[in-house]
Every structure is written in C-alpha cells, then in structure tokens.
Write a protein of this length. Structure first.
Length: 94
C-alpha cells in the first residue's frame, strides 16, 4: 500500500468537496485523527488504510513507478436520466 500524504488527503477532500468531519466519519477515523494527520503528515497504517479504502471507492489514485500517489481524479457518477458529474482532477507535489 502506498502511503497517503497530507497534501494528497487534502486534495482528495477538495475533489470530493468534503469537510474533515465528513471524510473522517465516512472513512471511520476520528475527526481529531484526520486533523492531526493533515497538519503533521503522520498517521498509523490503520488510519491510512481506512482513508485509502474510502478514497479509492470515490476517486482514482494515480501512482508513479515507485508506487507513490502523484495525482487524483474523481470517478464519474452517472445518474439515471441525467448527465455525469464533471470529472475534476488535481496533481499535488508532496
């Protein structure tokens, strides 16, 4: 599993338009833990696993040859009878 950096976590939240509280709740970590991770860029493997599990369901993680996350792209949602959401992507140097 590639480590998730704080800048990538923040970028993922921005793409998904989620607050820290929303991402924390959705991924099963505490808000305080997510805040600490985004400030200090440190977390346990358990926390990173939970965050990555949630994020991988909603965004594409783009990896380089060294298995580092180098970019993110929102997965398209297709609603019945409606247009797909616009795909937003970002590249963050971490």
């Amino acid at each position: 599993m590639a480590p998730l950096s704080a800048p990538m976590c923040k970028a993922a939240r921005a793409i998904l338009r989620m607050t820290q509280a929303e991402l924390a709740t959705a991924s099963g970590v505490s808000v305080a833990t997510l805040r600490r991770f985004e400030v200090d860029n440190t977390s346990s493997l358990d926390v990173q696993s939970k965050l990555l599990l949630y994020l991988e369901q909603h965004i594409f993680l783009i990896y380089n040859e060294a298995d580092e996350i180098i970019g993110l792209m929102r997965k398209r949602k297709v609603e019945q009878g409606g247009p797909a959401d616009k795909t937003r992507s970002t590249h963050v140097n971490s």
